[in-house]
Design a protein around this ligand. Structure first.
Ligand SMILES: *Cc1c(COP(=O)(O)O)cnc(C)c1O
Length: 394
């Protein structure tokens, strides 16, 4: 921050100003430092920086000023001490697990996670003796029964993808802390514009910056947000393992953060209109949106989030055939797996994002063959609605 850091700036102000340290050129906008390494005044200065005895950059696998601007800005928005950016959202979760967990550790993980997170956590940690146990639902008492002395983390995503079920972050944090366990929350769907897991008691937030933080479908990236000592541990891991964010991507994400709260407000307004309209399409059996009073977690969403977000899912009465037919008939919505774009995207989770799960895993997670996920964009909501109605009303 360039001005008085003691001022309690609000989110909109942090989003456009936090984290930027102007260079001697006096530039107003954030520059992109595309440099792989940094020069030193002397051999002794190089040795001191490499050894960590003097502050400053050494090599962009470890740190880069453009990446640090993004990290400081996201940490400020999440209300946390520090942040480390990674090459993707998956790299954020993988780095957190491999940098901080050890043979014999145990982790309780929600079954209702992004598909690749289920694959990552279900397959690799066990090879290194880390025990990952998947949990159905969000009943805190069920989870508490599974805590062991070796439990390090609880890992949840709220709202979930694509069914938008919510976990009570505060209840999970209180339960975790009573057992000396840390709570990790994937805050990708809400972003800090709509939900503040750290303020609710979570210890660590992971992000796919690829989604709403960019907001315009341009770059892949991720981040881990948490206390300073954790981020230092991850910085050391990054130096050894290298899943670093590129300066260009960091610059795109930094600029994305500047419009985050405006975009999330409009995504939420559009999604609410689309969800309401889809309820009267006869071929649609069920509309799933936390802003609808019919949603099982509507009350919790009102408490925990400042708005209901941009994701709407719905189930076609005619199963997979009807779902694919609707998707094939849309003229405006883009058929793609990404979400959080200015453009509305439409996905059939069972055959794409969740296609690598077994039928059993999909059944357990409630991802039926008739389910369609929409990430409602910033087009006029009437145009999105008309497109879906013409595609669905056949
Ligand atoms: C996309 C996504 C991820 C993974 O992020 P990538 O940037 O694609 O690696 C993790 N969690 C959620 C909820 C996501 O939507």
């Amino acid at each position: 921050m360039s001005k008085d850091e003691s001022l309690p700036w609000r989110d909109e102000t942090l989003a456009v100003r936090a984290g930027f340290e102007r260079s001697n050129f006096g530039e107003h906008a954030e520059p992109i430092y595309t440099t792989s390494s940094y020069v030193f005044d002397s051999a002794a200065a190089a040795a001191a920086r490499f050894g960590g005895d003097a502050p400053g950059n050494v090599y962009s696998r470890f740190t880069n000023p453009t990446v640090q601007t993004f990290e400081r800005r996201l940490a400020a928005l999440e209300g946390s001490e520090a942040c480390i950016a990674t090459s993707s959202g998956m790299a954020a979760t993988a780095s957190l697990v491999f940098a901080t967990m050890t043979q014999g550790d145990h982790m309780l993980v929600s079954r209702n996670l992004f598909g690749s997170t289920v694959n990552l956590l279900g397959k690799y940690p066990a090879r290194f003796g880390v025990d990952v146990e998947f949990m159905a639902g969000f009943d805190v008492k069920d989870w508490e029964k599974k805590i062991r002395p070796s439990t390090r983390y609880i890992y949840i995503e709220t709202p979930t993808n694509p069914l938008m079920r919510l976990a009570d972050i505060k209840a999970f944090a209180d339960m975790a802390h009573a057992h000396d366990v840390e709570l990790i929350v994937d805050n990708c769907f809400c972003t800090p514009a709509l939900q503040k897991p750290i303020e609710l008691g979570a210890d660590i937030v992971v992000h796919s910056a690829t989604k709403f933080l960019d907001g315009q479908g341009r770059c892949v990236g991720g981040a881990v947000v948490g206390r300073q000592s954790l981020i230092e541990e991850l910085t050391a891991y990054m130096r050894s393992a290298g899943p670093t964010m590129s300066p260009f991507n960091a610059w795109v994400f930094t600029k994305g953060l500047e419009t985050l709260s405006l975009r999330m407000k409009q995504h939420s307004i559009n999604a609410a209109s689309v969800a309401a309209a889809l309820q009267s399409v006869s071929t649609i059996q069920r509309v799933i949106y936390p802003g609808l009073a019919s949603h099982p977690d509507h009350e919790l969403a009102k408490q925990q989030q400042s708005d209901f977000g941009g994701i709407v899912s719905f189930e076609m009465a005619g199963g997979k055939e009807a779902a694919w037919a609707l998707i094939d008939r849309v003229k405006l919505c883009s058929i793609t797996g990404n979400l959080g774009d200015t453009r509305t995207t439409i996905t059939h989770p069972a055959s794409t994002t969740h296609g690598r799960l077994t039928q059993q895993q999909r059944d357990d997670s409630g991802i039926t063959d008739g389910l369609i996920r929409l990430a409602v964009g910033l087009e006029h909501s009437d145009d999105i609605i008309n497109d879906l109605i013409q595609a669905g009303n056949v």
